[in-house]
Design a protein around this ligand. Structure first.
Ligand code: ZN
Length: 459
């Protein structure tokens, strides 16, 4: 025996483990192998089926190929292969073809091991004349590496769909007037694989639940001045961010967005949280979608608080104000969201303006901003128009709850004329509250509306 041959099995396995670590860093299942001849490593291999698009790229096969190329012979007489995991049938077969002297493996593989766990190719005298097998060398260390690799993936409950983006949490740090923790729903059947953010504060058995629905291009931040009033009254507040907005996931493609998908995601949310004693709070798209919800489960609702919005039934031409807005969005695809809020609400601080921009760190996040304006049902056969017509009939004839309407009078798009029409469509809707200085985003002056609503709806 020459000096060079004194490589212990443990030393050989350590070299294989180094290859396994390298595989893990490359995002592959961490299995590593080395081929040793006369005490010298002549080839290394690490698991690489993903990167190489090769189902045979197991660590052992990679190492065997390199070794055979090096010695210029497919027969690897006098060689020992060290591998961190019990070889599978394919690799065991390759080793037998290579006529290795020895195979030394680390952890056993109860799922696919072919050196004793599931089957034992090496034990068949018809197949194997020469290769000896030793298992269990540094087995714990080899197994732990695999466990560590799979653990974070198995435990990650909120994977992100490949066709969607997620605004980093850091974008929402320290928002003024919005101290509430993020809560997420990732199991709504209408939006598989997408995570919806939903502010949910106050007791679940509260006498009232204020379900606050925002529109385009806002998010639940818009309700920050109303939420504290309702929480102080001992009520529950639920304020989701529509998919594509706020802290919710953002599909990359405009074509994801449809009236039906967004409507169904809200219906799913209401079922999932089993909301009861609801006062539906809506404005803008929050109403275009939200006003079609109560007819599905009217028993869940006690009231309606409705601010600048409409029922888009498609049977009247869209207002000139809306058409101008739609055209503006199209011509200014990179418009500054925060600036838009500031335009109608001069008192907004820079930090508040930034909070409205926070969901959209770059243009890739803006699919919903592009998709929503053209999605407003324009004709009686537009997607969403038929369901809005059914909703109109519900509000006119079947609505049993209380209603309160608040109008931001300065709104050029969904202002007083539109709202007066809506009032006439809602059964027993009393004379609206008028906010002469409020614009489209009425909630920015929402504190007094919230207080009036507590008096109006509180049981
Ligand atoms: Zn294999």
């Amino acid at each position: 025996m020459s000096q060079a041959e004194v490589l212990t099995d443990e030393q050989g396995m350590r070299l294989a483990l180094a290859q396994a670590h390298a595989a893990a860093e490359a995002g592959e299942v961490p299995v590593g192998a080395v081929v040793v001849k006369d005490g010298q490593v002549i080839a290394t291999g690490r698991n690489a089926p993903i990167a190489s698009h090769d189902p045979t790229a197991h660590a052992e096969v990679v190492a065997l190929r390199e070794a055979a190329r090096l010695v210029g012979n497919y027969r690897l007489d006098g060689c020992t292969l060290y591998v961190t995991l019990e070889p599978c049938a394919m690799c065991s077969g390759a080793m037998l073809h290579a006529r290795l002297d020895r195979v030394v493996f680390g952890a056993t593989d109860p799922r696919t091991g072919a050196a004793g766990s599931v089957l034992n190719l090496f034990a068949h005298a018809q197949l194997n004349h020469q290769t000896q097998v030793t298992g269990g060398v540094l087995a714990d260390e080899c197994a732990q590496l695999l466990k560590d690799f799979f653990k974070p993936r198995r435990l990650n409950p909120e994977p992100l769909r490949e066709d969607a983006l997620r605004t980093p949490e850091a974008a929402f740090a320290d928002l003024p007037g919005y101290p509430w923790p993020a809560r997420y729903l990732n199991d709504l059947p209408s939006i598989p694989g997408l995570r919806m953010h939903c502010l949910d504060e106050g007791p679940s058995d509260a006498p009232l639940t204020w379900l606050c629905l925002h529109g385009n291009p806002a998010w639940s931040y818009l309700y920050r001045k109303m939420i504290p009033v309702w929480l102080a009254a001992g009520h529950r507040v639920v304020a989701p961010d529509l998919i594509g907005f706020g802290k919710s996931d953002k599909p990359k493609k405009d074509s994801f967005h449809s009236f039906d998908t967004h409507r169904q995601s809200l219906l799913d949310l209401i079922e999932r949280l089993d909301l009861q004693r609801v006062v539906l709070v809506v404005q803008d798209w929050g109403g275009i979608l939200g006003l079609t919800l109560p007819m599905v489960t009217p028993q869940r609702y006690k009231g309606l608080l409705v601010m600048n919005t409409t029922l888009a039934t498609g049977d009247l031409p869209l207002s000139a104000g809306f058409l101008a807005w739609r055209e503006w969005c199209k011509s200014q695809p990179q418009f500054d969201v925060g600036k838009l809020f500031k335009r109608g609400n001069r008192d907004l601080s820079e930090a508040e303006v930034a909070a409205y921009n926070a969901p959209f760190p770059d243009p890739g996040f803006r699919a919903a901003l592009r998709a929503f304006p053209p999605m407003v049902p324009e004709f009686v056969d537009s997607p969403g128009a038929a369901i809005s017509q059914q909703a109109e009939s519900f509000w006119r004839n079947d609505w049993q709850g209380q209603s309160l309407m608040a109008i931001g009078v300065q709104d050029p798009v969904l202002g007083e004329p539109v709202m007066r029409r809506l009032q006439s469509q809602i059964r027993a809707c009393p004379e609206p509250m008028r906010l002469p200085h409020a614009g489209h985003f009425v909630q920015e002056q929402g504190e007094e509306i919230a207080q009036a609503a507590v008096r109006h709806f509180a049981p």
